[in-house]
Design a protein around this ligand. Structure first.
Ligand SMILES: [Zn+2]
Length: 118
């Protein structure tokens, strides 16, 4: 007996290719075989969906300011309980919001100081 040899169809006993999901001879679904070493199973561990508010926060974060900070914090709050992906992105979006806010404040201060000087 050769380990890893092609399995046979449960319905028609035809030899099955490991790649097949169905027997091409009779259409019987091929049962999932978890024990194949080195088998590539990209769908074995489905990834959690990306938090939608995180995407919004990132988009708003490009222009920055208070809306990015608000959406970023809301996304972070949702991510603590939802089990969704995107906490790193939400942190980046929130940070972007603060960086932009600081830039705006510096710019506003700069303009104000120059306005006083004139
Ligand atoms: Zn078959």
């Amino acid at each position: 007996m050769v380990i890893g040899s092609a399995p046979a169809c449960a319905n028609c006993s035809a030899e099955l290719d490991p790649e097949w999901k169905f027997c091409i001879h009779c259409g019987t679904p091929v049962p999932e075989r978890e024990s194949i070493p080195g088998a590539i199973r990209p769908d074995a561990a489905p990834r959690a969906p990306l938090n939608r508010l995180t995407i919004v926060a990132l988009i708003v974060g490009v222009v920055g300011g208070i809306p990015a900070i608000i959406t970023g914090h809301l996304a972070l709050r949702q991510l603590r309980t939802s089990g969704e992906r995107g906490i790193e992105l939400a942190r980046v979006a929130t940070l972007l919001g603060y960086v932009w806010l600081l830039a705006y404040l510096l710019l506003a201060g700069f303009i104000a100081v120059n306005a006083i000087d004139v």
